[in-house]
Design a protein around this ligand. Structure first.
Ligand code: UDP
Length: 326
């Protein structure tokens, strides 16, 4: 197969490309390197079945050529990360909506399969745990920039499902819960790379709010297992699926765990949200997926525990820090 990965230089995209190349597919990546990094693709660049295009998904002419050539599109290009969203709300909204519009419109011309990466942010402040795909979105006020991300992704989902219903386009929506692993950067807000790096550098681990908010973190290769299983199952198209894990941990317990596992003497500091984000911030307390739908469809079950995931991320950052120092 010839596979197009938009946003392929990002954290999840780069792992996906490695997997496809291992399976012997041809892989094209388009990424404007706004949040992705070319170094994320260092295991792919020398492969003759791999092509990298440093360009934006907003470039319609380029997208036309790439989609025409491909059999399936994994549309991962998006502005993500809470910090980035709060700091650059216009970019979040424009990149996320316009990019998806272009992908779907061109895919329709060639009747190509499209997988759209969405997010558990869609559930917003819902307290109906665990979150099922058909549950309501409970989003906050437009005066909080963070909700622009969920709203932009909700539009992407509506649009993808509309193309499926109206034009029969094979579109599949994947709602990622907190995905973590090697190569994820803490630069745009993600908590695990931040905590691990801080612990290894002897810097404070900054827990926002009271630290009682919780998340379920999923190892990136487990997420990729779910994505590819769905993509290989024709009856999954036209549907929305949660992809994540149900192993819940509070952010303050996560800080303690990272500190223990790294044998760090870093301090755990509690920081009010206003101070962390420079504005009032609406966090969600708990975020747990129901995995019933994806389990019933493709038998998906995440395999890597949080402890094992953290071990791998700690090893990754230890090596990164050593390289930076040398
Ligand atoms: N968080 C934190 N310290 C940080 C970064 C994040 O305490 O340095 C908190 C954040 O407020 C949220 C949780 O960790 O409650 C997960 O944040 P992340 O940005 O990784 O993902 P989110 O679930 O918010 O999309």
């Amino acid at each position: 197969m010839r596979i197009l990965v938009t946003g392929g230089a990002g954290f999840i995209g780069s792992h996906l490309c490695e997997r496809f190349l291992k399976e012997g597919h041809l892989v094209d990546v388009i990424d404007d390197l706004s949040t992705g990094k070319i170094t994320n693709l260092k295991n792919c660049l020398s492969n003759e079945k791999f092509n990298f295009y440093n360009d934006s998904v907003i470039n319609e002419r380029m997208m036309y050529t790439l989609i025409d050539k491909s059999d399936i599109i994994y549309h991962l290009a998006a502005a993500v990360g809470v910090q980035l969203i709060v700091e650059q709300p216009v970019r979040t909204i424009m990149t996320n909506i316009k990019g998806t519009e272009i992908v779907l419109d061109i895919a329709k011309k060639f009747q190509k399969k499209v997988l759209i990466a969405s997010t558990s942010e869609i559930y917003g402040k819902s307290e109906k745990i665990p979150f099922k795909e058909e549950d309501d979105s409970v989003l906050g006020s437009t005066t909080y920039s963070r909700w622009s991300y969920a709203c932009s992704k909700a539009i992407d989902e509506f649009l993808g499902l509309a193309y499926h219903r109206q034009f029969g386009l094979p579109v599949l929506i994947m709602r990622f819960f907190n995905t973590v692993g090697e190569r994820q950067t803490g630069q745009y807000g993600m908590v695990i790379p931040r905590f691990v790096k801080a612990a290894l550098m002897g810097e404070p681990l900054n827990v926002y709010g009271d630290g009682k908010q919780s998340r379920c973190f999923t190892y990136v290769l487990d997420v990729i297992e779910g994505m590819t299983a769905l993509a290989n199952d024709p009856s999954s198209f036209g549907n929305v699926y949660n992809i994540g894990s149900t192993e819940e941990i509070s952010i303050e317990n996560l800080a303690v765990k990272v500190k223990e596992m790294t044998e760090s003497s870093s301090e755990i500091k509690y920081i009010p949200y206003e101070e962390a984000y420079g504005q009032a911030f609406d966090d969600m307390r708990r975020r747990i997926p129901s995995l019933d739908k994806i389990q019933a469809q493709v038998g998906y079950r995440p395999k890597v525990t949080l402890d094992e995931t953290l071990k791998r991320i700690i090893d990754f950052f230890r090596k990164e820090i050593m390289l930076e120092k040398s």
